[in-house]
Structure formats: C-alpha cells, structure tokens
Design a protein around this ligand. Structure first.
Ligand code: C2E
Ligand code: CA
Ligand code: CA
Length: 384
C-alpha cells in the first residue's frame, strides 16, 4: 500500500514498485483513507510505503494508529524531510512494535526502494519453523555432534578494486526437518547452555579446512571467525585455537577472530588475556559491531585489535543520513589512525558503497556483493 497525498508522486511510487515486481498495490491519499482501507481488507498488506507530511492525518499519527492496531505490515517511510527527523520517526514506529524496513528520500530512488523491499520477509515464510517451539539444548548438542552446524562464507572485498580479501564464516544449522536455521536462533542458546565451546570448535575446524582449500587454489584470502564472549572467558581459548591452526598447518596471520563490541558484561580479565595471547601468536582480532557498545573508545585503547568492523546500522543509509555518515566517517578515520583495517558490513546499495569509497574504508561486506554461502557455492562464486 502506498500512502501519499500528491497524486503525481503516488503514481511515481506505484510505477516504481511495479517495476520492482510488486504485483498488487493499493493506494491512499492520507492516513484516514489508509486506515479505512486497512479495516476493510481481509489481509494486512505486506508492506506499507508511507509519506510523513500529509494534510488530514499525517504519517506520524497514522503510524500511531498502526501500532495500536498491532499491524503486521512492514513499513517504509518515504519522505523529503530531514533524515534525522525521519530516523526519529523510524525509532518511534519500532518502539510501538512495528516492523520498519527503513526510509527512502524523495524523489524516490529505485535502487534504495528495491533494497528496502529486499529486506522484507513474509512472516509465514520467515523461517520454516516459525510457530514451532525453539530448539532444546539436547537437540543442539546432537546437531553439533552430528555435523549439522555448517559454516557459510560471506566475502569481504577491497573497496578500491573489488578484489576478494577473505570471507567471514557464519554458522547455519542444517536442520533435518526445519531446513536452514539462522544463528540468531541457536547461538544465544549455545551460549546459555555451555555448548558454545563445541560450536565454536566445529566452526573453527570448517573455517581452517576452507582456508586450506583456498590455499590449494592459490588464493591468499583470510578467514574470519566469530568468537562469543563466553568462549573467550575460558582461559585456554587462545592456546586451543593456536593448536588447531598448527594442526591444519595454517599461518595465524590468515585467521581473524571477530569479537563483539559489547564487552561491558563480560568477565574482562580472561577475555583480555585471550585477545592479547591471540595477537601475540599472530592472529588478527576484529572488534565487531563497532559503535553499538557502551565504552567503545576505552575498549579500543585497551584491546590490541587489528580490524574495526563498523556496525551495519551506520552503513545502511549513510548516503542519505548525515548522522550515520558522520559516525561512519569518524570510525574509518579512527581505524586509520590506530592502523587498523576498517571494514563496513551490511553494504546493500551502490550509494552507500560510494560513501565508503569516498571515506577510504578498506573492506566491504554485504548483500550488494553476496550473501553468506555454503563452501561449495562460495568457491563457485569466487571462481576457484
Ligand atoms: P555478525 O557477526 O555481525 O555477522 C553479520 C551478519 O550480518 C550476518 O548475519 C550476515 O548474514 C548479515 N549480513 C551480511 N551482509 C548483510 C547485508 O548487506 N544486509 C543485512 N541486512 N545483513 C547482512 P547472520 O549470519 O544471521 O549472523 C548473525 C549473528 O550471529 C552474527 O552477527 C554473529 O554475531 C552471530 N554468529 C554467526 N555465526 C557465528 C559463530 O560461528 N559463532 C558465534 N559466536 N556467533 C556467530
Ligand atoms: Ca562478525
Ligand atoms: Ca555485525
């Protein structure tokens, strides 16, 4: 559904959506008309594209009504207003429990609108198991032992020439009944029930195996593996990783360990010890989700990181949002000054990539280039 008071602009939006493959499109002049149409329709529209400044009921009031009605539709804000103001409306909508895909400026960009639509997932398709109870610790334990946890690889590319620098390993659960389950569903469970060691271990093994495949194909790419804080709280973590690399005949310089920035809650002493030891042995260490934690600068000063990964929330829409662009620019600059590699993750559009080029960011990763892929698909994508 498109809600827009200006007939010409509404037509532009409708045409653009149609050209992006949207089959059924409803239109409304303002919030009142939209609410009437929504009440009359048997199903909520998948996506509502909503202008903010409209006579009659404006977008902000309309969103409030949507929230009260617990609408299942996903929202895209289309507005020529100051991006900072639009961001605050986005935050307001989320706070009311609505699903917000993002915002697009005016005149509408087809590139941006397409990227926002691509984020949409129909609730009934969200995951094959939606509605089913979550996994149990026993089930996950068996899955790890049974080889159902599979490392997918998402490429990291040099901004300057698009060459592959390496790939991040991301865990997927190949569930016999539920299909491919994403890590958001089982990593927290693994952390809570003491299974994260075993899970991290199989991820490290598969990543090192993949690294050797790349070496045999003559590629010097680097593999990145995510480490949870509970894993790093175990004193022997660094030594175990070093031992595994040795067993696979791997140079520690080809492996980067990504550690999330929210170190606030962690038991800091063993984590610090492990990070220092990993660095001493020659592994790379990345600070992940940079910008979302609490004491970022203090942590950067006390941890010997080699790579800074700016959180995707500052990358997406950087081209149209001054605040995001400012945080992105200062993060890239900070990385440069501290002689760290800067990485932008979650790059989805050409316009955000252009900003990163201008800022001199080193590496990029995101759906614009490739999604995380099983090892075989990654090799095919990379043509090795
Ligand atoms: P992360 O480390 O921040 O990984 C990046 C996430 O962003 C991945 O989600 C990736 O698929 C997604 N992503 C990449 N490019 C784009 C893009 O252009 N747009 C959007 N919207 N998303 C993009 P994924 O694979 O679902 O992983 C989620 C999180 O689960 C990871 O966040 C990481 O914190 C955790 N995780 C994944 N695998 C492992 C693992 O083996 N061990 C541990 N400890 N955590 C893991
Ligand atoms: Ca990561
Ligand atoms: Ca991240």
């Amino acid at each position: 559904m498109v809600i827009e008071d200006q007939a010409v602009q509404r037509q532009v939006a409708v045409n653009m959506l149609r050209s992006l493959g949207v089959a059924t499109i409803d239109e409304a002049d303002d919030g009142y008309q939209a609410l009437d149409a929504l009440r009359a329709a048997p199903d909520a529209p998948d996506v509502i594209v909503c202008d903010l400044r409209m006579p009659g009921m404006d977008g902000i009031e309309f969103i409030r009504h949507l929230g009260e009605a617990r609408s299942a539709s996903s929202l895209i804000l289309a507005s020529a207003l100051d991006p900072t103001l639009v961001s605050s409306v986005e935050a307001m909508a989320r706070a009311q429990g609505l699903s917000v895909l993002g915002s697009v400026g005016k005149p509408l960009s087809r590139d941006r609108l397409g990227a926002l639509l691509a984020r949409f997932e129909r609730p009934d398709l969200l995951s094959p198991n939606s509605g089913q109870p979550g996994a149990s610790a026993n089930e996950l334990e068996e899955a790890i032992a049974d080889g159902q946890i599979v490392a997918y690889f998402q490429p990291k590319l040099h901004v300057t020439d698009g060459a592959i620098a390496g790939a991040e390993a991301l865990a997927r659960w190949h569930h016999p009944r539920r299909g491919v389950v994403s890590p958001g569903e089982f990593i927290p469970l693994a952390e809570q029930c003491g299974l994260i060691d075993a899970l991290t271990w199989v991820m490290l093994e598969q990543s090192m195996e993949e690294l050797n495949t790349w070496r045999r194909a003559g590629q010097d790419w680097v593999v990145s593996v995510n480490l949870s804080l509970p894993y790093l709280e175990y004193n022997g973590a660094a030594d175990r990783i070093a031992g595994l690399a040795e067993r696979y005949g791997i140079d520690p310089q080809s492996v980067v360990l990504e550690v999330t920035e929210s170190l606030a809650s962690a038991n800091l002493a063993p984590v610090l010890g492990n990070v220092a030891r990993l660095r001493m042995k020659g592994f790379g260490v990345a600070i992940d989700d940079y910008g979302t934690g609490y004491s970022s600068l203090k942590q950067l000063a006390s941890f010997p990181f080699t790579e800074l990964k700016v959180d995707q929330s500052f990358v997406q829409g950087a081209a149209i949002n001054r605040q995001r662009e400012a945080i992105l620019a200062s993060s890239v600059e900070l990385a440069r000054r501290l002689q760290m590699i800067s990485v932008a993750e979650g790059v989805e559009t050409q316009s955000d990539l252009s900003v990163l080029e201008t800022l001199g960011c080193d590496l990029v990763q995101g759906f614009l280039f490739a999604r995380p892929m099983a090892a075989g698909d990654f090799a095919a994508w990379a043509e090795i």
